[in-house]
Design a binder for this molecule. Sequence first.
Ligand code: KIV
Ligand code: ZN
Length: 534
Amino acid sequence: MTNKTERIIIFDTTLRDGEQCPGATLNIDEKLVIAKQLARLGVDVIEAGFAFASPGDFEAVSKIAQMVGTENGPVICSLARAIKADIEAAAEALKPAVKGRIHTFISTSDIHLEYQLRKSRAEVLAIAEEMVAYAKSFMPDVEFSPMDAARSDPEFLYQVLERTIAAGATTVNIPDTVGYITPSEFGAIIKGIKENVPNIDQAIISVHGHNDLGLAVANFLEAVKNGARQLECTINGIGERAGNAALEELVMALHVRRQYFNFYFGRPAESQEPLTNIDTREIYRTSRLVSNLTGMLVQPNKAIVGANAFAHESGIHQDGVLKNRLTYEIMDAQLIGLTNNQIVLGKHSGRNAFRTRLKELGFELSETELNKAFVKFKEVADKKKEISDRDLEAIANDEIQQAPDLFRVELVQVSCGSNARPTATVTLRTPEGEELTDAAIGTGPVDAVYKAINRVVNVPNQLIEFSVQSVTAGIDAIGEVTIRLRHESRVFSGHAANTDIIVASAQAYVNALNRLYASLQTQEKPEEVSAQKV
Ligand code: KIV
Ligand code: ZN
């Protein structure tokens, strides 16, 4: 049933599946900032979390439903196992949303049935049907996922889909949970569903897939050709293990190659009508925001949003691009929101110019955040004559970051050099307001700073990732430090930006320690943690 206006529904699961990757844990305020940006990006559905998993998840879903799930906003969705208590929690958390969706799931592959669920096919079929009907009793928009569908027996899959659609599912999602399938196989599964599920025209076919073999985006595009009309994806492709299909790659593939894809939507090849509702100019900023807040770095060669995605290094390519950009460029960097605007503000720029430019860049800071960001801007402008949009983004993102303000860096001083023993002195303000100073010797200045900080904070942890990236070119550039540390089995991330990378390193570390410290104070119950791992 194709018609001219048919298009792809973008279902973003950055805040649910994306947040499941180690260390990407976000607090409620950070989730809200991301949800608002996803709405600005134009996603159709935001999977805001898994309401039953923990009180924090419940509150996040509820707050996003209230603040972002407005009349003209996206559908807000909560995940729920095919269990009554999960469905009730999802329905309750979604109450404030104008448009809410319960997404319930149960495994259908024989391997999951035998070893994980220990249930027969008949039992799973009955549960799926009953729980979809139960979800439907709360709201009209219900999505059902047969988990591990890509490895399920197609005949059983058809049966489950037919019964869940009859029970009220308006979207049926086909997950490649373990990232095992290949594009033509996935296309064949969708084709088989269209041909063998008698009531399939009463539901939207959705796909969800993991990137274990690096095939998630290719699988989805083949699914689209065979009739899938909802894509479940995440910003920067973050998610369980190797991640999910990347939103920016799917959207840009459908945009850049729409002449090719138009056919599958019953449109003339030359139709310029977009295939998604996404405002592509918001892609870059959304990517940076998610990377900064989750601490999940974007690899430089990542398609669409990597630092090198639009850089031409080879002489032959540069020559071609100078003569005609189309020789080696398939899309304009401005399409994803990268501006040519290099120098916008300097040390004489006032508060108003600062606020206006941030607004133009899409940042809506509160008065307190703006005041703090302006102080930082002045500090940076004193050291760095030219402040670009990228610098402003780094400054604003630092303010938006909502790591708990428990320990605060008051002073960092290092002494190092070729014939010196790297030594650091740090002063931290404790959560109780006390100033504590300590010093340490390390293998390098950052190591010395971290050892000194550890002496004050005194929470055992293992640093598992440390990365410095410069925001712009030039010796006076702002450096962004991202770190990840492990405490027992949990990973916490921290991020900070400063023209002094030693100071940025100290702040990023304290940032991560604050998250760790806060989690120790509100330890989640073991059953809550296990419910979150789906
Ligand atoms: O990967 C998966 O199967 C999931 C489901 C809960 C949709 O995330
Ligand atoms: Zn998943």
